[in-house]
Design a binder for this molecule. Structure first.
Ligand code: CMC
Length: 442
């Protein structure tokens, strides 16, 4: 383990052979901290003290804006250049040539599968799509108007009670079967929550359909003996799942890792991720985009809306990103998929507003100077709406795709030699050592 040393002693150097010299102006002492992979270790700051009984220096980083919480070999993002890669493969290539189940395999195993491996993987996932009948029964117990994301959150957490072997997180066989179950059952639970919201009977999985095709069947099958998904919708949905599969240490993935670091089973850890994704700042921006487009109503109103954005009374939803300061590569792919979906479902006039809004914004100095580009949510809501989904289902769709990423990150974490239970420090700001006052005297 690397640690810093006071200057004068032999300085510890990082694996890159680089160091950082810090001078504490409170004491005049200097410290040499190793730099590895462009980072210093937070714990190396602890040696910087004003006195022997001083706790030592900490860093304050609310929202982890500049803190790497783990080492990971799963997803690479270069936000300045607009690059997203899963295990080194550019997202554009995966969206064009791969399938969601192949991408899930890649994220989890680190390599693309051979034909035999992919067939075996797809088969295993397909034969685990059913859920215990009691899962169906307790889902039926939710209120008639229950939010489907809340239902999904509860149902995934409850799976841990159906598979108590899942707590054997050190057992590779147990980890494998829980991985399969989670990827297989998420669409089933998601579709059940949708049918529940509609007051319609739940539809069981059909195992000779594709992953996306079976999901469409569980969502939309009515009285027909067999639901035949339109291959163009099936493909568009599969692409959306691919694009949402992972995005390194975002809010929900950090939740999965943080909760998982306690050693809990993966169902409970993934349920925590679903909870994080439920929030409007994470899984809900595409809904805001739809509301915004409806409010703009027609192309003639776009200039007035843009003027509102520039004078600070409006926000162009679906634009801007904490990490991407360039076109979000996922937005480009979704824009193209949107056109394909509308070929089947008929064109939504909101698409024309969105396209023109994008064109105007990309040429406007306000957006150019702030490096604001469309993000993944700018077009995805339009596809979901075209598929007949109410806005409550949007984060549920995100959760289905993200499940493979959450599990890949959880599996990587469980085997990480640096793993410790997540336990941030705080800066205490409250009162100290007060005398308890009897209630009669307050
Ligand atoms: N419309 C208008 N102005 C914007 C927007 C926007 N969408 N986004 C940022 N700005 C301005 C912001 O006002 C600031 O201007 P100034 O320098 O004059 O104060 C400047 O751009 C920098 O923005 P910021 O707020 O410092 O950027 P951030 O990294 O804190 O925020 C964001 C990122 C995504 C929260 C923000 O861009 C935003 O609110 N976008 C709209 C909501 C949205 O589309 N969210 C989906 C994110 S992608 C899905 C996911 O990954 O979960």
């Amino acid at each position: 383990m690397s640690s810093g040393t006071e200057q004068g002693e032999a300085g510890a150097v990082g694996a890159d052979g680089q160091t950082l010299t810090v001078t504490d102006n409170r004491t005049g002492r200097s410290y040499e901290l190793p730099i590895t992979d462009g980072t210093i270790r937070g714990i190396d700051l602890r040696q910087i003290k004003v006195s022997e009984d001083d706790f030592g220096l900490m860093s304050y980083d609310p929202a982890f804006m500049n803190t790497a919480s783990c080492r990971s070999a799963i997803t690479f993002i270069d936000g300045d250049k607009g690059i997203l890669e899963y295990r080194g493969y550019p997202i554009e290539q995966l969206a064009e040539h791969s399938s969601y189940l192949e991408v899930a395999y890649l994220l989890i195993h680190g390599e693309l599968p051979s034909r035999e491996q992919l067939d075996a993987w797809s088969h295993e996932i397909t034969i685990h799509t059913f859920v215990h009948e009691n899962v169906k029964r307790f889902m039926q117990g939710f209120r008639h108007d229950a939010h489907p994301m809340g239902m999904l959150l509860g149902a995934v957490g409850a799976l841990s009670t159906f598979y108590p072997d899942a707590k054997e997180i050190r057992d590779p066989l147990s980890r494998h079967i829980q991985t399969i179950r989670l990827i297989a059952k998420l669409p089933t639970l998601a579709a059940f929550s949708f049918r529940h919201m509609r007051g319609q009977p739940y539809v069981y999985p059909v195992n000779d359909l594709s992953y996306a095709g079976n999901f469409l069947s569980m969502m939309y099958k009515m009285t027909e003996l067999r639901y035949e998904p339109d291959p163009r919708l099936e493909r568009a949905l599969d692409i959306l799942f691919i694009l949402h599969a992972d995005h390194e240490q975002n809010c929900s993935t950090s939740a999965v890792r943080s909760v998982g670091s306690s050693g809990v089973d993966p169902y409970s850890a993934v349920a925590a991720g679903i909870g994080a994704l439920y929030g409007p700042l994470h899984g809900g921006a595409n809904e805001a985009v739809l509301r915004m487009l409806r409010r703009i109503e027609s192309r003639e109103n776009i200039p007035a809306f843009i003027a509102g954005v520039k004078n600070g009374t409006e926000l162009l939803m679906g634009f801007g990103h904490r990490v991407y300061k360039n076109y979000d590569p996922r937005a480009k792919i979704i824009k193209k998929a949107t056109e394909d979906v509308f070929e089947v479902t008929g064109r939504n006039p909101l698409l024309d507003i969105a396209v023109e809004l994008e064109q105007i914004a990309l040429e406007d100095e306000y957006f150019v100077s702030r490096r604001l580009y469309p993000n993944v949510d700018f077009y995805s809501g339009l596809i979901y709406e075209a598929l007949g989904l109410p806005v409550e289902m949007f984060p549920v769709m995100f959760a289905i795709g993200r499940t493979s990423g959450w599990i890949a990150q959880w599996l990587e974490m469980v085997d990480d030699p640096d793993l410790k239970i997540a336990r941030p420090r705080q800066i205490y700001t409250g009162p100290r050592t007060r005398r308890y006052v009897d209630i009669a005297d307050r």
